[in-house]
Ligand binder design. Structure first.
Ligand SMILES: Cc1ncc(COP(=O)(O)O)c(C=O)c1O
Length: 474
């Protein structure tokens, strides 16, 4: 029998360090998706739980072997699936320290270090994104919980103005809340509304244009006759096209009706840090709440999202909890748990602090601009091949691609076929989508380490797969 002992620490941490370094060093050459079946991935972990504990080093050796077998190299410079950033070196290292320190980032009395770093990072983020001073920030797991937290603040505010306290009295008998959202709102907006007890049927969808942007005139129509509690959900960065809703016009129209405007900017909000892209988020600072991710384009490890609210008292009102045993400071310092739905949680601020310091303002701007330039390059190179069509205006880091054959009716099938072939080839990894009733390939550039060479290798792989798929159909 083996009992955990602090004397295991030097050897087990050295082993984890060695295996992690070897894994990270292998990333440029590794197949981007593992060559292993899902059953094999399962079998690697599926051992009987032992009655007696095992030595820590043996456990970590086994874990590293099983994990590496089926881990996706999502921090590879040629991983372009979903919107999954890599991890900056300083952010991985800070995350290791976060685990070693094991701080419960709820309260100053539980951890001055984690509470202090969040307070500082909150200020940096507001400043970088050009949001109003005094906005409050919650450090959450990701944009799903950021959307939830911001919409909880919105629900609190619009009902408070109607004389209703939703935190004490719930929704039974409450004034009806109207939720007007882009017809292409991300599914996590729907998820948030479900968790908030508003349901998804409450959404009044507003038509979008060919790029997936909310049509401002349609929003004005939807707002006509609006009087009571109303929330408008807009987005900075459509998950398929990267397109931005016309936020300035939306905010103006919604505020005329005293509606709360929430911006889902999971990755697109970062356009605000780039002088060449900030026009895309024009008017964003006059919205009421913003949800974004750090684990996507800011390249910190999972999980890390940010819920930002212009009206701190509404954010606080929706999230803050009190209990006799919670020792809160009597100062003006923010208590981390007052701004998030969680109680105990990971100290996410350290990795953010490290990522932002290692980039600096200029490095962050450069990283965002480079991601946009590389997405554009991918589109330009792919469009040189007859039969490959770029479906969107590449304004940010998303390129949407469709593959044509000789028989137009078969393009959906051909597009799926190219995606599967490219995934199987494993030079890169890209995912598919259905965009305005057409199958399409999504090419999302959000990794700090991607270079032009990675784009060229990826384009060569896609073109190869397309030519093969097309010739086999003839
Ligand atoms: C626009 C948008 N909102 C929300 C999300 C959800 O983010 P997360 O996976 O971090 O919860 C995504 C994910 O891609 C997104 O693109």
């Amino acid at each position: 029998m083996s009992r955990p002992s602090t004397s295991d620490l030097p050897s087990v941490l050295a082993l984890a360090h060695e295996r992690a370094l070897a894994y990270l060093a292998s990333i440029p050459e590794r197949p981007v998706f593992p060559r292993v079946s899902l059953e094999e991935a399962l079998r690697a972990f599926e051992l009987p739980l032992p009655d007696e504990g095992e030595p820590a080093s043996a456990v970590i050796e086994a874990l590293a072997t099983a994990g590496e077998l089926a881990a996706v190299a999502s921090s590879s410079p040629r991983y372009f699936g979903y919107v999954i950033g890599g991890t900056l070196p300083a952010a991985v290292a800070a995350d290791w320290l976060t685990s070693a320190w094991d701080q419960n980032a709820g309260l100053w009395s539980a951890t001055p270090a984690a509470s202090a770093v969040e307070q500082v990072v909150a200020g940096w983020i507001i400043d970088l994104l050009g949001l109003p001073a005094g906005s409050s920030v919650g450090f959450v797991t990701g944009c799903q919980m950021a959307n939830f937290t911001c919409l909880a603040a919105a629900r609190h505010a619009v009902l408070r103005r109607a004389g209703w306290n939703v935190e004490t009295d719930g929704l039974h008998g409450a004034p009806r809340i109207r939720v007007i959202a882009s017809a292409e709102a991300h599914v996590t907006i729907h998820g948030a509304l479900r968790m908030l007890g508003l349901g998804t049927a409450v959404i009044e969808p507003v038509e979008t244009d060919a790029q997936g942007r909310m049509v401002a005139a349609k929003l004005r129509d939807a707002l006509r006759g609006v009087e009571g509690p109303t929330i408008v959900c807009t987005q900075a960065g459509n998950v398929n096209t990267g397109a931005f809703d016309p936020i300035a016009e939306i905010v103006e129209a919604a505020h005329e009706k005293n509606a709360w405007v929430h911006v889902d900017g999971a990755f697109g909000l970062w356009a605000a840090v780039s002088p060449s892209r900030e026009h895309l988020v024009k008017g964003v600072a006059s919205a009421d709440s913003w949800a974004t991710d750090a684990h996507k384009w800011l390249n910190v490890p999972y999980d890390s999202g940010l819920a930002i609210v212009a009206h701190a008292e509404d954010h606080f009102g929706a999230m803050s909890l009190k209990a006799e045993y919670l020792e809160k400071t009597a100062t003006s310092l923010r208590e981390p748990l007052d701004w998030v739905p969680e109680f105990s949680r990971r100290a996410r601020g350290f990795a953010l602090w490290a990522a932002l310091r290692s980039l600096g303002r200029h490095g962050l701007t450069e990283m965002i601009d480079r991601g946009c330039a590389l997405a554009r390059l991918a589109g330009e190179l792919l469009a040189r091949e007859p039969g490959i069509e770029i479906l969107n205006d590449v304004v940010l880091n998303q390129t949407l691609i469709r593959f044509h054959g000789d028989d137009l009716a078969g393009d959906d099938q051909l597009t799926r076929d190219v995606i599967v072939r490219a995934q199987d080839e494993r030079t890169c990894w890209l995912s598919g989508t259905r965009w305005h009733d057409k199958e399409a390939m999504r090419f999302s550039v959000s990794n700090w380490s991607t270079t032009e060479r990675d784009i060229e290798m990826t384009v060569a792989s896609i073109v190869r797969c397309y030519r093969e798929a097309r010739s086999e159909r003839q």
